[in-house]
Design a protein around this ligand. Structure first.
Ligand code: SF4
Length: 434
């Protein structure tokens, strides 16, 4: 039996799809590319914007076109937010977020016609471990759900309230993937800054405690946090986190706007000044951490003045990288019906301005590393002008190349940062130590 997978959306989605993929491969399925004929197509959908809904539908229809006899499974957030996914002729089975790990059992039950489509079959309980053959970095989901209700976001409706994964379950999964060669774990979730809150704990205590326990696993050399809110960056959190030597000084701290008026209408729970205080605390503790962020342009009624205020704030913080998103209307959210929707052309203009800014800031951050001692974990092979190199990232998520033979051990490689091609921004490590 052949199975094809397609993932849309965030890191949590991709982590969850990897678990489903592993189950199918262990059950003897052969994975084929999504544009080839398969017996089962699984689309891990996203519903974060109307465009994501549309892409989810498109991929489901593409699968059915590829092989009308195949079982097409819609999985994830679009299943939760769309009224009736099964009424769409392309979809045979719909699996919600909480049932993803049961997908194989649901499919088997469907095939035997033992249960009605959409309900869960019997499954073995407990986390399913991933094999990360040849990989050194892996995402680990530590929580799900969100209670924040930002006015542009459908996620709290699609994934429900916060739910932290038990610490022991996370640790046991990490121990096993470390035995498979994983050296760096990236803690992922929908709202990591809420970790532990559903169990009555303060995230600024529960998260550092989890980080410390992960750091005790000998083969894990690095821990990265995928995304946090500025509110968790209190002095108490930073003091404790900074003592954890395996925690990377790379913090992706969601901003969304540098303008207070816009932040308020987005229902974000901080001001630009409070965000900046978190940045200063991180810089005080880490010297030169990589601070990256997400920003939305063209939120309803974002005036030119608001946009200028947001841009000025981005210049002041001087981020390593900014992920720029054009506001996309998501039906079912308060922002979708707000007055003052911004024309697409204006959103694109604002986006281009910020993309140029982030290109400059990122180039300056990377250039400042030249001549320093850096360390990377080899990740994957790349070809540059016909020569094979290995690529990896430092703890600050700066990318370097190393010669192919230097990557063989899969362990950390240290060296001096230098340009391979300054024009293309390609950097290498030289004078290597292992
Ligand atoms: S914090 Fe806001 S943007 Fe992030 S998932 Fe929750 S509601 Fe959505």
């Amino acid at each position: 039996m052949r199975v094809a997978f397609h993932n849309l959306g965030c890191k949590v989605n991709s982590y969850e799809l990897d678990i489903v993929r592993q189950q199918f491969l262990e059950a003897g399925y052969e994975e084929v590319p999504f544009d080839q004929e398969a017996d089962v197509y699984i689309v891990n959908t996203c519903s974060v914007t109307n465009i994501a809904d549309r892409k989810s539908r498109q991929m489901l229809h593409r699968a059915k076109r590829e092989n009308p006899a195949a079982v097409v499974i819609a999985m994830g957030c679009y299943v939760e937010t769309a009224k009736d996914v099964l009424s769409d002729g392309a979809v045979d089975l719909a699996v919600g977020n909480k049932d993803k790990k049961n997908t194989l059992a649901i499919l088997r039950a469907y095939e035997k016609s033992a249960v009605e489509a959409g309900s869960t079959g019997e499954i073995a309980s407990g986390a399913v471990l991933l094999k990360h053959a040849g990989r050194t970095r892996a995402d680990i989901k530590i929580q799900d759900g969100c209670n924040q209700f930002c006015t542009y976001c459908i996620i709290p409706y699609a994934r429900g309230r916060i739910e932290s994964r038990p610490q022991d379950e996370i640790l046991s999964e990490i121990r096993q993937i470390a035995a498979d060669g994983i050296r760096e774990v990236v803690l992922s979730g929908i709202h990591i800054s809420s970790y532990g809150r559903d169990e009555g704990r303060q995230p600024e205590d529960a998260l550092p405690e989890l980080l410390d326990r992960i750091a005790e696993i000998p083969d894990i050399e690095r821990i990265r946090i995928s995304s946090v809110e500025p509110g968790i960056m209190t002095q108490r959190f930073i003091d404790r986190a900074a003592r954890n030597e395996k925690l990377c000084p790379h913090f992706h701290m969601s901003l969304q706007s540098g303008c207070d008026r816009t932040l308020k209408r987005m229902n974000r729970h901080y001001s630009a000044d409070e965000y900046y205080e978190s940045v200063l605390r991180l810089r005080e503790a880490y010297g030169d951490p990589a601070i990256t962020t997400d920003v939305i342009v063209g939120f309803p009624d974002e005036t030119q003045q608001d946009f200028e205020a947001s841009k000025a704030f981005l210049e002041k913080v001087n981020f390593y990288q900014i992920h720029v998103f054009k506001y996309s209307r998501r039906s079912g959210t308060p922002a979708a019906t707000m007055d003052g929707q911004i024309p697409e052309r204006e959103k694109a203009r604002r986006s281009d301005i910020l993309l140029e800014l982030t290109a400059q800031q990122a180039a300056a951050y990377r250039a400042a590393r030249i001549g320093r001692q850096e360390a990377i974990l080899p990740e994957d092979a790349v070809l540059v002008d016909g020569r094979k190199w290995f690529r990896g990232h430092t703890e600050r998520y700066v990318e370097y190349l190393i010669p192919e033979d230097a990557a063989a051990s899969g362990r950390m490689v240290r060296g001096t940062a230098a340009w391979l091609k300054e024009e293309g921004g390609l950097m290498v490590l030289k004078d290597l130590q292992f």
